[in-house]
Unconditional design. Structure first.
Length: 188
């Protein structure tokens, strides 16, 4: 399993989807899984009201998605874990879902570039103040998670997320090859 980290606008989803398509892997976005989860009316109500969904609920949805992807060689998690307790759950339930974390990829993008990308994205809530708040929350969440993953002996790589989508993908692909997670025969 490969886990993608990065602030909003860093390109996690795009890069995760490209890797999945290139290698026949499964891309799992926690945000998309939550949006697709219509089975729980309380969850739908929480999401529509803007409330944060509990870690237990997100863990359950991710566990279900991992189970459904059990026949896929590699899974890419995007947007999960976002909290330290989620990272602990992912490591501690390794036996349950049979997927160790092979690598955590942290996409590094300077603030000015993130702001530019988010403004182009055109969401009404992508104001300078909201972007700043998202970056602060991301930093508060990511450092404890990365520390925990380091202590759990998970390989972590920081990738320059600037430049074209293709250049960023090439950097990620080169890192995966250097770590022995893919080789040329893995490409579809």
């Amino acid at each position: 399993m490969i886990v993608f980290f990065g602030p909003a606008g860093a390109g996690k989803s795009v890069q995760g989807q490209i890797l999945a398509a290139r290698h026949g892997w499964r891309w799992l976005s926690s945000g998309q899984l939550l949006r697709d989860s219509k089975r729980d009316p309380e969850l739908v109500k929480q999401m529509h009201s803007g409330e944060l969904v509990s870690s237990d609920m997100v863990n359950e949805i991710v566990a279900d998605a991992l189970e459904r992807a059990k026949d896929i060689d590699h899974v890419i998690l995007d947007g999960y874990p976002r909290k330290l307790e989620q990272a602990k759950w992912l490591i501690e339930t390794h036996d349950r879902h049979k997927r160790p974390i092979s690598l955590a990829v942290v996409l590094e993008v300077p603030r000015a570039e993130l702001e530019k990308r988010l403004k182009v994205r055109g969401r009404i809530d992508d104001t300078a103040e909201v972007i700043e708040e998202r970056l602060n929350i991301y930093r508060q969440e990511i450092y404890p998670i990365l520390t925990y993953l380091t202590e759990a002996k998970v390989k972590i790589t920081h990738i320059d997320g600037t430049g074209t989508v293709g250049k960023v993908h090439d950097r990620i692909e080169a890192e995966l090859k250097a770590l022995g997670l893919v080789d040329d025969s893995d490409e579809e």
